[in-house]
Design a protein around this ligand. Structure first.
Ligand code: URA
Length: 450
């Protein structure tokens, strides 16, 4: 058995492959506090420069997945699905895709995260619905999955604690942006969460971890290879994050927008991505034997018939949520006006219309900056302990490629923090470029890796 971290650092420094025993020893010893941070930091930096082989990466991922609890989903019949997005601004696709799949008989068991920094988190969105809880016990997790056909909540028990420790160390040693380290970090949590098949939504662009498509593809490729070696079937969609997804950025606002899509409407690019993800996951699940066109028709059908919306509302009720504020009166087929929704939970909410200072086409967006503006308004956290305002957010009235007139409203801010408005407005307007000629349209789905 290896017992000296020094030797492993030395090997990695010279690009000599580590063995399975060495990697599992290292992860276990580090998690138990037997390897000091300074040695693990040196190792991580050596990986940053030298990379890892496919075998090393799989052993690292499996060791991290085994460092805590693994969820046992064997009591649920059939193939279980999971979905992961690498994070972005306005990404509420999980809230649509999981009930769509449930309505088509495909169970999805998903553990989501909270938002941190410029990215939003599904758990915060669900908890923005009055009464809804995201912290479920493992028994509740399984019960909701059985009752509704999908479950989407915070982590139940301690999933991949080694990743938690390593991620915190990477954060302070400039080693987050390493494709093998990101891939193993994400996949360790996915493997521990117990699903059989996994769809990855790897974002690229100005509001993503990976601004360049080539690095997003390399990350996707590596995650697929890890999943395959661990016996899972994995697909990845490389999708656009060069502007927020859809029109809503903020927690309850995003639930409202998800309900728009679940009611058969919704912004075009958001709807397209939700449908494509659902189709790809349906085909991946083996629960559907038809063609791609037939899968798409089936997805459209559960959206237009209200079956997917019904699943979503059922899920909210199972976790204690009261979705009545999202609808007009007792009609559960059409979402209410978004402002009315927000005011129902925050009557004093401030509304501020945002205009550009010149006319022209919106040609580019610093999406991270738009995410940071939503955080300033109260919709996100700068630090883990910050409390978010479920009603705060941004409703976009214009998207890239749209023409705007000077003084025309491009977005509406909602906040309970009037003091942040001057800065938030300046940062939002500076995040966009306005030019005379219309930009070329970019697809929301850039590539699918199966
Ligand atoms: N998300 C993760 O879970 N891990 C990373 O390393 C990066 C993003």
């Amino acid at each position: 058995m290896p017992n000296r971290m020094y030797d492993l650092i030395e090997k990695k420094k010279h690009k000599v492959s580590l063995t399975e025993d060495e990697i599992s020893w290292m992860v276990r010893s580090y998690t138990q506090g037997e390897i000091p941070d300074y040695q693990m930091s040196a190792f991580l930096m050596a990986v940053w420069f030298q990379g890892m082989t496919d075998e090393e990466l799989t052993w690292l991922t499996l060791s991290m997945a085994d460092s805590g609890d693994r969820l046992d989903l064997s009591g649920i019949d059939g193939v279980k699905m999971d979905k992961h997005s690498t994070g972005g601004v306005g990404d509420k696709t999980t809230l649509v895709v999981t009930p769509v799949l449930a309505a088509l008989g495909v169970p999805t068991a998903k553990m989501s995260g909270r938002g941190l920094g410029f990215t939003g988190g599904t758990v915060d969105k669900i908890e923005s619905v009055p009464g809804a809880r995201s912290e479920l016990s493992e028994e509740e997790f399984i019960r909701v999955l059985r009752a509704v056909g999908f479950v989407d909540v915070a982590q139940t028990r301690e999933i991949a604690p080694a990743d938690k420790l390593l991620y915190a160390l990477r954060d302070v040693t400039a080693t987050v942006d390493s494709i093998p380290l990101i891939a193993s970090s994400i996949m360790s949590k996915k493997l521990a969460a117990g699903a059989d098949r996994i769809a990855l939504d790897v974002k690229c662009g100005s509001g993503a971890f990976m601004p360049e498509q080539s690095s997003a593809e390399a990350l996707a490729d590596q995650m697929i290879r890890i999943g395959t070696m661990a016996g899972k079937r994995v697909i990845a969609l490389i999708t656009d994050m060069d502007q927020p997804l859809g029109c809503a950025v903020g927690n309850l606002l995003e639930v409202w927008e998800a309900i728009e899509v679940l009611s058969g409407g919704g912004e075009e690019r958001l709807r397209e991505l939700c449908i494509r993800l659902s189709v790809e996951m349906l085909l991946l699940s083996d629960r559907f034997s038809g063609t791609e066109e037939e899968a798409e028709a089936a997805v459209e059908q559960v959206l237009s018939s209200g079956q997917a919306l019904e699943r979503f509302l059922h899920f909210l009720r199972e976790v204690g949520g009261d979705p009545s504020c999202l609808f007009e009166g007792t009609d559960r087929t059409k979402p209410a006006d978004p402002e009315q929704v927000l005011r129902s939970i925050s009557p004093g909410l401030i509304r501020e219309e945002i205009c550009m200072e010149k006319s022209g086409y919106l040609t580019s967006c610093d999406t991270k900056e738009v995410g940071m503006v939503s955080v300033m308004l109260g919709a996100g956290r700068k630090n883990k302990e910050d409390v978010i305002d479920p009603a705060a957010g941004i409703l976009l009235k214009k998207k890239l490629g749209d023409h705007v007139e000077k003084g025309e409203t491009v977005a509406v801010f909602y906040t309970n923090l009037p003091e942040v408005l001057p800065d938030a407005k300046t940062r939002f307007c500076n995040a966009y470029t306005v030019e005379d000629s219309k930009p070329e349209e970019t697809p929301v789905i850039r590539r699918i890796l199966r």
